[in-house]
Design a protein around this ligand. Structure first.
Ligand SMILES: [Zn+2]
Length: 331
């Protein structure tokens, strides 16, 4: 059987021929040449591994360590590379993850949604910022994320993003905490075509002393019927989004600069949805990832698969122009 040749990362065409090898430290890598545009390339051209000075495993390992909560200094020490290298790798990986998330997180079915805001900070603790997230309860998929101030506009952005990505059931069930902007945003976006409830927890000395549940869009009766039908919730609750919040907090969800925090969250979102099997999604021996449960993929993915799945040519052109010489034959 003929091996399928890659398409050209420069022009996207498929008329490609084998074009010798390039020498690596311990091995060699097949090069290809594109007939229509005449450029040569190898399988890493245009990917995050482009001109990587060490093994791809090391790059993937840095990403995995970051996702499991190791900071950049820790990763640098463990992998014996400099802090700057780790920072550069992670920002490349994050851009790739964002691209992947944007492409893949769509056309999944949603019946029940929970949303919440996590207070965090950028730089010093005096500069609070919010990570506003939504989760599709049935699959545990985390499709949408907004970083910024806790405002009506950002809440609306979150739901607009979610509703454009997902195939919503006719009357979705949405639950949040008691922040009043949600009601406004949902009324505006869905014109009342949903069931919306809030769970307001009163805390005293870090302990929940009272839980107040109220229905804000839809009738009590319709809500009771929806909860009766729900596979995941018996009562109005926010426990699924709280579990996700914990994952985000542990990863650690703060940074010296907002840009770094956004990058970290993009990579984390990709890791959470596609790579790490979710403890609550155990079916016999199989532990699924949220993306599997949502029907977007059939297996847990690896960083390698994600980083080689899409070529980031457009992205690389804008952010890493200096690393690439598109016209040269060594690209
Ligand atoms: Zn080409």
């Amino acid at each position: 059987m003929l091996q399928k040749l890659p398409s050209c990362p420069f022009c996207g065409k498929h008329r490609v021929v084998r074009h010798g090898f390039s020498k690596l430290k311990r091995s060699r890598r097949r090069r290809y040449r594109c007939r229509p545009c005449g450029r040569s390339f190898c399988t890493t051209t245009g990917s995050v591994y482009h001109r990587l000075q060490c093994s791809q495993n090391k790059f993937d390992m840095a990403c995995a360590l970051s996702m499991e909560g190791t900071n950049k200094s820790g990763i640098a020490r463990l992998l014996k590379v400099t802090w700057n290298t780790v920072a550069r790798w992670l920002s490349r990986a994050a851009a790739a993850a964002k691209h992947f998330n944007d492409k893949k997180l769509k056309d999944f079915h949603v019946q029940e949604v929970q949303a919440d805001e996590i207070r965090t900070f950028v730089g010093s603790k005096s500069r609070p910022t919010w990570i506003i997230v939504a989760i599709a309860v049935g699959s545990r998929l985390w499709p949408s994320l907004v970083l910024g101030r806790r405002t009506y506009r950002n809440i609306r952005t979150l739901f607009t993003d979610l509703f454009t990505r997902a195939q919503m059931s006719e009357v979705p069930l949405i639950t949040t905490d008691g922040y009043n902007r949600y009601t406004l945003a949902l009324k505006h976006l869905l014109k009342g075509a949903c069931l919306y409830g809030q769970v307001v927890k009163t805390r005293r000395k870090d302990r929940v002393v009272a839980v107040d549940r109220k229905v804000l869009i839809g009738t009590e009766r319709a809500m009771a019927a929806a909860l009766e039908n729900s596979e995941d919730s018996e009562k109005l609750n926010t426990s699924f989004i709280e579990r996700l919040n914990l994952t985000i907090r542990r990863s650690p969800a703060h940074a010296r600069e907002g840009e770094h925090l956004k990058a970290h969250l993009d990579l984390l979102q990709c890791y959470y949805n596609f790579i790490r099997p979710h403890g609550a999604l155990k079916f016999g021996r199989e532990i699924r990832t949220p993306a599997m449960q949502a029907g977007l993929v059939t297996k847990p993915l690896t960083f390698r698969q994600i980083f080689t799945a899409v070529l980031f040519w457009a992205w690389i052109c804008s952010s890493f122009r200096s690393h690439l010489r598109p016209v040269s034959n060594n690209g």
